[in-house]
Design a binder for this molecule. Structure first.
Ligand SMILES: O=C(O)CCC(=O)C(=O)O
Length: 342
């Protein structure tokens, strides 16, 4: 990354906090909505994770509307690979398909990466027995409150990182989205996480594990004003490339989501033959956010799980082994972020 684009200050608000691991039992995380139980983090990972962040975050805010806090790394090098292997091996994933309609034209979208999601918006919380309670009244929610999805609690193996990230960034998160990019052919197209259900100027903490991949950012097109042409506005900002390595974390905050776009483009060469996991923590405020995230990150297709022998994601369950998800969707579209503007 060029020094020109990086304004490096130490952020006085960063905190190192240890989370009590007493709730870390050996028992796996179970829930009626999980296709299978998710193992607890082994202590050799959770103990060291508890000391993250490894490095101080650098503030990058030297361009209009941009406010990033970049940890290189956040997760110590000694555990970022074991944590990557653990999450790839233990989580369930989906290769979500959906349709988008632009005017009269309907397009089939095959999300060009594996995804999974956990969490529920601010209007609800999970009780200790895993049922959903109204956040205000603490009473059970009506059965039909979520019409299109069944929210899933964040499993322990991700919840420890959520709590540590809350403490380190002074933010609250109720959602955890996980992307798995199997190779450089997997990607996420330019988009911003600016849905109304995230509230104004949302903070999003984004972790990378595994293969190094470029994270590209560019300012959204700005309409010309009385005093400035579109070209003059465009020349005030420069696209940004962060080569995200294993363990790195980028906190996007302030007006970053409303004014900038980000993407992980397809890549050849380098580490692109290896898998990469991205974990984001966010805070959804309303029911529509929950329904949106489950629709686009779980969907209604097969459950996929990592097969350590075949070294690829395979269909889990009764149809197990029939089709390997490693077979790429030939129709994979680049227009893959269908999150509706709620
Ligand atoms: O994989 C990444 O680093 C970015 C993921 C992302 O932009 C998203 O999930 O919205």
């Amino acid at each position: 990354m060029s020094k020109r684009t990086l304004d490096t200050f130490f952020n006085p608000t960063q905190k190192k906090v240890r989370i009590s691991l007493t709730e870390s039992k050996d028992a796996p995380s179970k829930h009626t909505t999980y296709p299978f139980a998710i193992a607890q983090l082994p202590p050799e990972i959770s103990d060291l994770l508890n000391f993250a962040p490894e490095a101080e975050g650098k503030i990058i805010n030297d361009q209009p509307d941009l406010d990033l806090l970049y940890f290189q790394p956040y997760i110590p090098g000694s555990i970022s690979t074991p944590l990557f292997e653990f999450l790839r091996g233990e989580l369930f994933f989906y290769r979500v398909k959906y349709k988008i309609k632009r005017g009269p034209v309907e397009t089939d979208i095959n999300t060009p990466r594996f995804t999974t999601v956990f969490g529920v918006d601010e209007t609800c919380k999970f009780s200790s027995d895993g049922s959903l309670l109204d956040a205000a009244t603490q009473k059970p929610i009506p059965k039909d409150k979520y019409k299109t999805c069944k929210p899933r609690p964040i499993p322990f193996c991700l919840d420890l990182l959520r709590k540590l990230t809350e403490a380190a960034t002074d933010q609250k998160y109720n959602f955890c989205l996980v992307n798995y990019y199997a190779t450089g052919d997997d990607s996420i197209s330019y988009h911003s996480d600016d849905e109304r259900f995230l509230g104004v100027d949302p903070a999003i903490a984004s972790f990378s594990l595994g293969a190094k991949r470029d994270f590209l950012m560019k300012h959204k097109p700005t309409p010309p004003s009385d005093t400035k042409s579109a070209a003059a506005i465009a020349s005030e900002t420069k696209p940004l490339k962060l080569p995200l390595g294993s363990g790195d974390m980028v906190l996007m905050r302030g007006s970053t989501q409303s004014k900038w776009l980000h993407s992980i483009p397809k890549r050849k060469g380098g580490e692109s033959g290896n898998g990469r996991i991205n974990i984001t923590f966010r805070r959804a405020m309303v029911v529509g956010g929950t329904e949106n995230y489950y629709r686009y990150n779980v969907g209604d297709g097969d459950v996929m799980k990592w097969d350590g022998k075949a070294k690829k994601m395979v269909i889990w369950g009764e149809k197990k082994g029939e089709v390997g998800a490693g077979k790429e969707d030939v129709k994979a579209e680049d227009v893959d972020k269908g999150y509706a503007a709620l």
